[in-house]
Ligand binder design. Structure first.
Ligand SMILES: [Zn+2]
Ligand SMILES: [Zn+2]
Length: 336
């Protein structure tokens, strides 16, 4: 099969013919239809996340069709459309797994990091960690699987905030905005200074205000979520929230956070991160995404152009989400 392979950190992916994997017991083999491109893929390729499997096929927002099932797979049959997310395996035995916090599992393994991912024509996955895909197109569905899921978990951590700030208006933020509006919240979008394109995009998606991240919002906020991997935003975000407000860091990697005066945290403000996802997040979010319904804005790239997709994301040239299209998907949503 054709795959885009990372041989060593910091190098472009290499288009290669590699052996199509065979499903082991408990695994499904899927024909990849689409695979979303996530900022985490950049962190892996650029070496900000340590010790990836090498060589590695990146990609952890995979939409595909089951073509073969290993022994003991009863949930899916050939022909089913499934989504494969970042969380690829957990031990099921550690104190986190036992308490419903499998996102924090000590031995968790992640798709497109310790397990080969979806920048390829085929992929295998543990069936227990795959999701049935709701009634949206393959292209639309891919960004739901990480941008949507992590965005959703971040939104839940933001509590019942009515006035919600989002720092970085990319794939996750444009999905969170739709869900938050559906819940009756107001969105305030912060972008890189001077990025009028992203600010316009945010208002098109329903933000009540958008502006430069170095400026304060027009009113106090109840919570903010930081999706941009920029530590300097943490003091700004704390400054933007009212007493009792929450600042959620939604990314897996962030540059160092500068020191800040205690008064920014005082007043029972909370600063926290969100790590990975649980399968329960996936079930809840995918059902909510159908209800809203979430419509993702996607920019598509053929598999061989995965390096271009990564560069475009790195340079902030994507409005919405970048998605790699492996198999030209013929199906379309029957509800729209
Ligand atoms: Zn565990
Ligand atoms: Zn991701």
């Amino acid at each position: 099969m054709l795959a885009m392979v990372l041989d060593s950190i910091g190098e472009p992916l290499r288009a290669a013919e590699v052996r199509t994997p065979a499903p082991e017991a408990g695994q499904v083999l899927i024909r990849v239809l689409t695979c979303g491109v996530c900022r985490t893929d950049l962190h892996v390729v650029d070496g900000e996340l340590k010790d990836p499997k090498l060589p590695l096929i990146p990609g952890h927002q995979i939409v595909g069709e089951v073509v073969e099932t290993g022994e003991r797979v009863e949930r899916f049959v050939a022909g089913d459309r499934v989504g494969i997310p970042w969380l690829g395996w957990t031990c099921g035995r550690c104190r986190y797994c036992e308490r419903g916090r499998e996102n924090l599992c000590d031995d968790a393994r992640f798709t497109g990091y310790q397990i080969d991912g979806g920048y390829a024509e085929y992929a295998v996955a543990d069936h227990r960690f795959c999701f049935p895909i709701p009634d949206v197109t393959d292209l639309q569905a891919a960004p739901l699987l990480c941008a949507g899921l992590i965005g959703y978990r971040s939104l839940v951590m933001a509590g019942d905030a009515e006035r919600l700030g989002l720092y970085g208006f990319g794939a996750a933020a444009h999905i969170v905005t739709q869900v938050a509006r559906h819940q009756g919240r107001q969105i305030f979008a912060f972008t890189r200074d001077g990025d009028v394109e992203a600010q316009r995009f945010a208002r098109e998606m329903g933000a009540v205000w958008s502006g430069d991240s170095s400026n304060p919002p027009p009113e106090e906020l109840d919570a903010t979520i930081i999706f941009a991997p920029v530590g300097e935003l943490v003091p700004s975000a704390l400054r933007a929230v009212a007493k009792g407000g929450v600042v959620v860091c939604g990314g897996i990697h962030m540059s160092d956070i500068p020191s800040f005066p205690y008064e920014l945290l005082w007043g029972e403000r909370t600063l926290r991160s969100v790590a990975n996802l649980t399968r329960r997040d996936g079930e809840e979010f995918l059902s909510l995404a159908s209800e809203v319904p979430v419509r993702t804005e996607v920019v598509s790239f053929p598999l061989e152009k995965a390096n271009e997709a990564l560069s475009a994301l790195r340079e902030g040239r994507i409005s919405g989400a970048a998605v790699i299209v492996v198999e030209e998907a013929k199906r379309s949503s029957s509800s729209s």
